[in-house]
Design a protein around this ligand. Structure first.
Ligand SMILES: *Cc1c(COP(=O)(O)O)cnc(C)c1O
Length: 399
């Protein structure tokens, strides 16, 4: 018998669960794109986007997913033949580097493996060795969605500064903005990219590039940027259409407006961060208890460098796939596939999965999701420790 007929729950690390209010805001007739409420609404959204990113500087909005935002950032901030240093802690750092390579940028990767954060001392050593300042930018990912590693963004800035190196500092916050604490200006980030479909609780399709004045000044030397990707008119539009390089993504904007109301005006960004932190702790508490009595293992051992929005897990092949299939078929929860841990087609691929807990997620959803994983472990006879749900409930019950 299947118990899945009810409201489905997509617990993957993006796209995330969308609030009904966001969906309802999108359900309206096409607006005038030349004047009236839409134009006023977008002018008013820019300060809220900057508030979420904790920056007083600039934002360019693209009709694109995260890959588009990656390309936008590289093509504005770099020139052909420039060299960048990518700090990789999973699949996504490499992905950004591949985009840069195709644009004609020389990419050097500092690899930190799949289970640990960027080692600040290695960053410092590498930049110190670059006495000719050949490296024009340091690219990293705040939260790597494939591994669940959360990097110390402020610490990397301190490592760069310790060497006096002038490289731009560019950070991918696609899986962390609106989930994990992020302070663009205070942490010294020059360029930050994100997308609409994770912490921002809006359908995939909007990409954002935030950039400060240092990055803006560098853009003058870029020979990579094309008319469409140029961030300047989008950040400083003279006419409304320049925000988007053409027709506005009208309905995405209606949805995003509501999401920003929820994040900035209702819960507050500090509240959003605190909720994600507590829910992540509840999830880890359960996972650690299960893991004590069986093969389940958190990919990142150190809590201090775990994302509050996505958790990557190891569960001896083929158990991870069996568990994902079981919960999807029997209880209406979709868990995330493993990413970047083993090639698809390799039997080992079936030993990894991920839980998304980003955006519009609250305690009852998390406790429900954990309960369904426990049911799956029982149904599939996968050994596991007992008391996991009680451990999670205890975290939720804390004042
Ligand atoms: C999701 C994600 C991306 C890619 O975003 P798309 O919208 O799928 O192009 C890039 N980086 C990180 C950290 C992500 O989580």
């Amino acid at each position: 018998m299947s118990l899945r007929h009810g409201r489905p729950y997509l617990a993957i690390p993006g796209p995330s669960v969308m609030p009904d209010r966001v969906l309802q805001a999108m359900h309206q007739a096409a607006p005038n794109i030349y004047s009236g409420p839409l134009v006023d609404m977008v002018d008013g959204m820019v300060p809220d986007l900057k508030a979420v990113a904790r920056t007083a500087h600039n934002v360019a909005i693209y009709i694109a997913n995260g890959h588009g935002a990656w390309e936008a950032a590289v093509s504005n901030a770099l020139a052909r033949g420039d060299k960048v240093l990518v700090l990789a802690t999973g699949r996504f750092g490499h992905g950004w580097g591949e985009i840069a390579t195709r644009l004609g940028v020389a990419v050097e990767v500092l690899e930190f493996g799949k289970r640990s954060a960027v080692d600040l001392a290695q960053v410092e050593d590498r930049l110190r060795a670059d006495s000719g300042h050949e490296i024009k930018a340091v690219l990293t990912v705040h939260v790597d969605t494939s591994t669940g590693v959360r990097n110390d963004v402020a610490g990397i800035r301190a490592a760069i500064d310790a060497t006096g190196h002038p490289a731009l500092y560019m950070v991918d916050c696609i899986a962390s903005l609106g989930c994990d604490r992020f302070e663009m200006d205070a942490w010294g980030v020059d360029v930050m990219v994100t997308g609409s479909q994770k912490g921002l609780m809006t359908p995939p399709g909007l990409g954002f590039v935030f950039f400060n004045d240092k990055a803006e000044a560098v853009q003058a030397q870029s020979d990579l940027v094309s008319n469409y990707w140029d961030w300047a008119p989008r950040a400083h539009p003279q006419e409304f259409y320049q925000y988007f390089g053409g027709t506005a993504p009208t309905h995405h904007l209606f949805g995003l407006r509501t999401a920003l109301d929820m994040i900035v005006k209702e819960e507050g960004i500090e509240g959003v961060w605190a909720r994600h932190a507590r829910l992540a702790e509840a999830i880890w508490a359960a996972l650690e208890v299960w893991g004590d009595g069986g093969p389940l293992e958190l990919n990142v051992a150190d809590r201090a460098v775990r994302s509050h929005a996505v958790t990557a897990l190891r569960l001896q092949a083929p158990n991870a796939t069996a568990l994902r299939d079981w919960v999807s078929e029997n209880v209406g929860v979709t868990l995330g596939i493993g990413l970047g841990m083993a090639p698809s087609g390799d039997p080992a691929w079936h030993g990894f999965f991920r839980i998304g807990h980003m955006g519009h997620v609250n305690a009852h959803m998390v406790l429900g999701m954990l309960g369904t994983i426990e049911a799956g472990l029982v149904a599939l006879n996968i050994p596991h420790g007992t008391g996991a749900l009680a451990a999670a409930a205890k975290v939720v019950a804390q004042a």
